[in-house]
Design a protein around this ligand. Structure first.
Ligand SMILES: NC(=O)c1ccc[n+]([C@@H]2O[C@H](COP(=O)([O-])OP(=O)(O)OC[C@H]3O[C@@H](n4cnc5c(N)ncnc54)[C@H](OP(=O)(O)O)[C@@H]3O)[C@@H](O)[C@H]2O)c1
Length: 313
């Protein structure tokens, strides 16, 4: 009898937080709220149990509505889903963190989140304007708060129990080292852009060493050129293993020990992205050794400006 492939159900225990994170995750960076609700509902129905959200995506209500609809249908319970959301750059001042967090909880219609991330290590001018700019169009940064002060405010959220784990997104290895050295509660999760064209092996090694889960955002390269799914190494493996190129890139992400977040508004892509299967070891080696293209699609790590969100949104 054939043994069922369980790669899609992989869960990675959180060393610095409670619970385990499903490696197969659905990202909700979708501009239209109706499309967000529909895609999130579909994602939960086809099997995704990890949702990645953010205050900055301005659609947490739609994800809350989708979760409520699915929970009411009775097949999936709140505790079956791992929900991550993120603190935006304009809320880094410690006195703003709790209300920003409570706002996310309210919009998501939840009484706890599984993981709360600092969206980027860059503090912007505090206030309601999420993209504060000066008259020359330059971002107005906030020099009045340090990253460790913001982190300590997140540690207090864990102490209070409404957030099971904390971490960072879009952080460099250099900044992560500093926080890991100074933090009382170590980061449980680090979310960065990562795909076969940006494998971030050094960061992954550091995360492994320190019990941190690396979550790969944009695991298909955000569908930008040069397209990961058109890479000849990936397409050749896909033909060989009878999977799509996207499924090969996503399986690779899980098998090398990361979680991933993929996004789609198309039901057939959402379903296919969940239905990944284990790649043979030679395919894993080929992706590591034979792909030479190297691309970072999102410059957010250098500026705090989210590269995949058009200015003004
Ligand atoms: N922390 C951060 O700053 C940050 C930055 C970026 C992303 N993220 C997180 O990571 C998530 C994923 O990022 P991403 O949207 O760049 O993910 P991605 O999965 O790399 O790219 C999504 C794009 O690929 C297409 N696609 C999805 N499945 C496909 C398939 N099976 N075959 C071919 N094309 C496919 C989608 O188009 P269709 O809709 O047409 O399928 C969409 O245009 C975000 O939603 C967000 O949660 C975080």
């Amino acid at each position: 009898m054939e043994v069922p492939d369980t790669l899609r159900y992989t869960r990675i225990p959180l060393t610095h937080g409670s619970g385990a994170i499903p490696a197969v995750g659905f990202g909700t960076l979708i501009p239209d709220p109706l499309a967000t609700k529909q895609a999130t509902k579909t994602a939960l129905e086809v099997g995704f149990r990890h949702l990645d959200c953010a205050e900055r995506y301005r659609n947490e209500e739609a994800i809350g509505d989708a979760m409520q609809a699915v929970f009411k249908a009775g097949t999936i319970r709140r505790q079956d889903v791992f929900v991550t959301t993120k603190l935006w750059n304009t809320n880094h001042r410690p006195d703003r963190v709790k209300s920003a967090f409570d706002g996310s909880l309210r919009r998501l219609q939840l009484n706890y989140v599984d993981c709360y991330l600092i969206h980027t290590p860059f503090a912007f001018r505090p206030g309601d304007e999420q993209d504060p700019r000066d008259e020359r169009g330059q971002v107005i940064y906030d020099r009045g708060v340090t990253l460790i002060e913001t982190w300590q405010a997140l540690e207090r959220l864990v102490d209070e129990g409404q957030c099971k784990s904390i971490g960072f997104s879009d952080i460099t290895l250099e900044k992560l080292r500093e926080i890991v050295a100074a933090a009382r509660i170590k980061p449980a999760v680090v979310q960065v852009e990562s795909h076969p064209y940006l494998p971030e092996w050094e960061l992954l090694d550091f995360c492994r060493e320190h019990g941190i889960v690396l979550t790969a955002g944009a695991p298909l390269g955000h569908d930008m050129d040069p397209k990961v799914v058109n890479d000849p190494v990936i397409t050749t493996i896909a033909q060989r293993v009878h999977k799509t190129p996207a499924q090969v890139a996503l399986a690779w992400a899980v098998q090398r020990g990361t979680a991933f977040l993929t996004t789609s508004t198309k039901p057939h892509n959402i379903q296919a992205n969940f239905e990944i299967s284990t790649l043979p070891e030679d395919a894993m080696r080929e992706i590591r050794d034979r792909i030479t293209t190297s691309v970072r699609f999102n410059t957010v790590v250098g500026t705090g400006v989210p590269g995949f969100i058009p200015r003004g949104q």
